[in-house]
Design a protein around this ligand. Sequence first.
Ligand code: ADP
Ligand code: MG
Length: 274
Amino acid sequence: MQDNVVQPKAGPKISYSGVSKSYGALLAVDSLDRVVEPGTFVALVGASGSGKSTLLKMTNRLIEPSAGSIAIGDEDITIGDAHLLRRSIGYVFQNIGLFPHMTVAQNIAIGWRLAGTKTIDKGRIAELLDMVELPADFAARLPNQLSGGQQQRVGVARALATKPGLMLMDEPFGALDPVTRELLAEAYRKLHDRMGLTTIMVTHDMAEALLIADRIWVMANGHITADATPAELLAGNCGDDAEALVAVPRAQAEKLVAMRKASTARSNGGGASQ
Ligand code: ADP
Ligand code: MG
């Protein structure tokens, strides 16, 4: 894995001040005040329709807020061109939508092309593929010659190609089988750390959120009803919405530990077990 070649800007701080988005009478996001500290990995969880995607899309100006302001670093995101802003932010979403008639290399290079670069830097493509743990010769393949997990890796490489400091990910691994999803989530967390990124990742998998995030934001009806570390969420006292989400993975983890203890005790002939 190369980590010294693509040097992103350091992960910025993100500040939301009184951010709302209304659709008629519906407040998809309701007066949100929140800060993401530089280099933090935030997992955004919550029921379908709670406002998660709306919040992400306001952050890269795919959606304009109805009220309030968002700053990346010290700069309000409405200063400057929306296209340039989007190019400076990595965005990965479910069913990433690689262009089917374009090779992996061309797909990864799309951000450079939009920025006016005509030739594809093959060395950079190889580095980006290496970062997401894909072999360099995948550059020449078409998307339909890749598994779903490999396609999502290409999606992450494409998002990293323009050296973003901030990554917004909307259920990036949601369509994958659990084993592939866990592998990718872990690999991405390592990239986040090595590159010093700031990441906001929407996930419906609470266990994934607990395992990889620094902080978890629980969203309900346009509000963040809990903002806590995984340990704090697991310990409880973070409110009903958080508790409902944590209860299932916590019970599963406890059952698995109990099963392992029982089987260790059996194989030790019922003697003392650790
Ligand atoms: P989530 O990503 O948490 O599932 P969304 O942010 O996509 O939720 O949506 C939040 C709420 O806003 C939902 O009730 C949704 O139906 C509504 N909504 C989203 N986009 C639009 C739109 N373009 N027009 C009207 N309502 C919308
Ligand atoms: Mg969504």
